[in-house]
Ligand binder design. Structure first.
Ligand code: GLV
Length: 335
């Protein structure tokens, strides 16, 4: 009997997913969630045919240099700024991600953040838990927040998730403006009831601005001090995309100085460290990169990453046809 291929799973995963992988592979699973530096990644990937990696695992040219065994790296997430796609393609290594399965959950979470920041849910709960609620003597004008209904929703980055955020705006009676590299097909614009505008117009008109764009070199600090200065003082900013798209220091300054009403952030520059100026503010809702973390969706993401590895290594019903490749040129080359 030939030996099973080996794979490395960079973080603990659901038992049912690991069991499925074990049907085909010799599986080495990291027992705890922690970041891996380049030297460790290099060493872990050296002895395996495939890997499932987390978003904090940076797989670049140096990590895979001289590795002639590795065939597939499956990212446990839709964003893949942690993967050097060019280097992987050059090395003939397939990269995959987990699109679609998380779209609706992430869009739900964008609304959770918008509502929480607008109605000051987190700050009010902190106040209640601290025993500050005086009961019937609470001032009638205490804890007043912002309404969503009837306000303008702006979406920067109108891919699958941006569109899912937009579709939910109908229930809140919010007109939708968007800015994107390219215009959406008319039918999609109609379905999302979304109107394309330039970035300056989006910044100037949005009452709620949701960021859903991928992190690339051009998008670094796409929202910095100059952009924040173009927004309404009454506006609210939501980042569910990636840390680094917002200049967190500039955002904290704008929130502190009343140049922006509120913000809600699920992602940060330098995660898991959060800028201390943000931690000191009450008009920002902070969460630890959990937009896709519903039970169903996290399971579906892990299964999809496993499907990709199984198919890429030539097993299962879709052998040779991984469902969500990022660099399909690698497959074409092998065919
Ligand atoms: C989460 O941030 C993802 O990219 O899936």
């Amino acid at each position: 009997m030939t030996a099973k291929p080996k794979i490395w799973v960079a973080r603990p995963l659901f038992p049912e997913v690991l069991a499925r992988l074990a049907d085909y592979f010799e599986v080495q699973v990291e027992p705890e969630d922690r970041p891996h530096d380049a030297a460790e990644l290099r060493q872990k990937l050296a002895g395996v045919d495939g890997a499932l990696v987390g978003l904090a695992d940076r797989v670049d040219a140096a990590v895979i240099e001289g590795n002639h065994r590795l065939k597939v790296v499956a990212n446990l997430g839709v964003g893949y700024n942690n993967l050097d796609l060019e280097a992987l393609t050059r090395a003939g290594v397939l990269a995959t991600n987990t699109p679609d399965v998380l779209t609706e959950s992430v869009a739900d979470y964008a609304w959770a953040l918008m509502l929480a920041a607008a109605r000051r849910v987190s700050a009010a709960e902190r106040w209640l838990r601290a025993g500050h609620w005086p009961g019937s003597n609470m001032r009638f004008d205490d804890w007043m927040g912002l309404d969503l209904h009837g306000r303008t929703l702006g979406i920067l980055g109108m891919g699958r998730i941006g569109q899912a955020v937009a579709r939910r705006a109908l229930g809140f009676g919010m007109p939708v403006l968007y800015h994107n590299r390219s215009r959406l097909p008319e039918a999609v614009e109609r379905e999302c009831r979304a109107i394309l505008v330039g970035k300056p117009e989006l910044l100037a008109r949005a009452d709620f601005l949701v960021l859903v764009l991928p992190f690339t070199a051009e998008n670094r600090h796409a929202i910095g001090a100059p952009e924040l200065a173009q927004m309404k003082r009454s506006a609210l900013l939501v980042n569910i995309a990636r840390g680094g798209i917002v200049d967190d220091a500039a955002l904290a300054a704008a929130l502190r100085e009343g140049k922006l009403a509120a913000a809600a952030l699920d992602v940060f520059e330098g995660e898991p460290v959060v800028h201390p100026d943000l931690l000191a503010l009450d008009n920002v809702v902070l969460s630890p990169h959990i937009a896709s973390a519903s039970g169903e969706t996290r399971r579906a993401m892990a299964q999809l990453a496993a499907d990709n590895v199984i198919a890429a290594l030539g097993y299962g019903e879709s052998a040779g046809k991984p469902p969500t490749p990022l660099n399909p040129a690698v497959l074409a080359h092998k065919a």
